[in-house]
Design a protein around this ligand. Structure first.
Ligand code: RP5
Length: 169
C-alpha cells in the first residue's frame, strides 16, 4: 500500500504501519499531513513479518529525502523503535489500540525506549497529533508550513471562543 499524496512532489514524511489493519488509526496522520499540504508516502512495514523491508526502509529513508517518519503499530509494537535505531531522522510513534489490552501494550512497547534511541510517542490512537507534530518539525525549516500550523492554532482558539459565547447565550 503506497499512497503518495501530492504525488508530483517527493515525500517529506513517511507514514508507516505494521499492518494494513492499522490504517483505521493511521489514516488520521495522513489526513493531517494532507491538510497541511505536506507530501508524504504511506507504506505497510512490519517489524516481524517483513524484517528485511524494515531494515531497508530505515536505512534508506534519509537518502530518499524523507525528513520525518511516523510509525504506528499495535501489540508488540517494535516498528517505531526499530526504525529509530536505523535512521537519524526523527521518528514519531503511534500506539495503535487492538481489541485486547486497550492499546496499553502498544503504548508501553513504543514509549519505553532505551536511552540513546528516542521515539516521540503520541497518545494511544493519537495519529492526528503525530501528523501535526511532523508538521511542526518541518515548520522549523519551512516557513509556509509553520504559518499553517499557527493558522490552525488560531482556528482552534476561535472555536473555543465560539463555544464559550454559545454557552453564555
Ligand atoms: C502489529 O500487529 C500491527 O501493527 C497490527 O497492529 C497488529 C495486528 O496485525 P494484523 O494481524 O491485523 O495484520 O504488528
Amino acid at each position: 500500500m503506497t499512497r503518495p499524496l501530492h504525488s508530483s512532489e517527493a515525500p517529506e514524511v513517511g507514514v508507516v504501519m505494521g499492518s494494513d489493519s492499522d490504517w483505521r488509526v493511521m489514516s488520521d496522520a495522513s489526513q493531517a499531513l494532507t491538510d497541511f499540504l505536506i507530501p508524504h508516502e504511506v507504506e505497510v512495514v512490519s517489524a516481524h513479518r517483513t524484517p528485511e523491508k524494515l531494515m531497508a526502509y530505515g536505512r534508506e529513508a534519509r537518502a530518499r529525502g524523507l525528513k520525518v517518519i511516523i510509525a504506528g503499530a499495535g501489540g508488540a509494537a517494535h516498528l517505531p523503535g526499530m526504525l529509530a535505531s536505523l535512521t537519524a531522522l526523527p521518528v514519531i510513534g503511534v500506539p495503535v489500540p487492538l481489541a485486547t489490552l486497550d492499546g496499553m501494550d502498544s503504548l508501553l512497547s513504543i514509549v519505553q525506549m532505551p536511552a540513546g534511541i528516542p521515539v516521540a510517542t503520541v497518545s494511544i490512537g493519537g495519529a492526528k497529533n503525530a501528523g501535526l507534530l511532523a508538521a511542526r518539525i518541518l515548520g522549523v525549516s519551512d516557513a509556509a508550513v509553520a504559518d499553517r500550523v499557527e493558522a490552525y492554532a488560531r482556528q482552534l482558539e476561535e472555536q473555543v471562543g465560539e463555544k464559550n459565547r454559545r454557552l453564555k447565550e
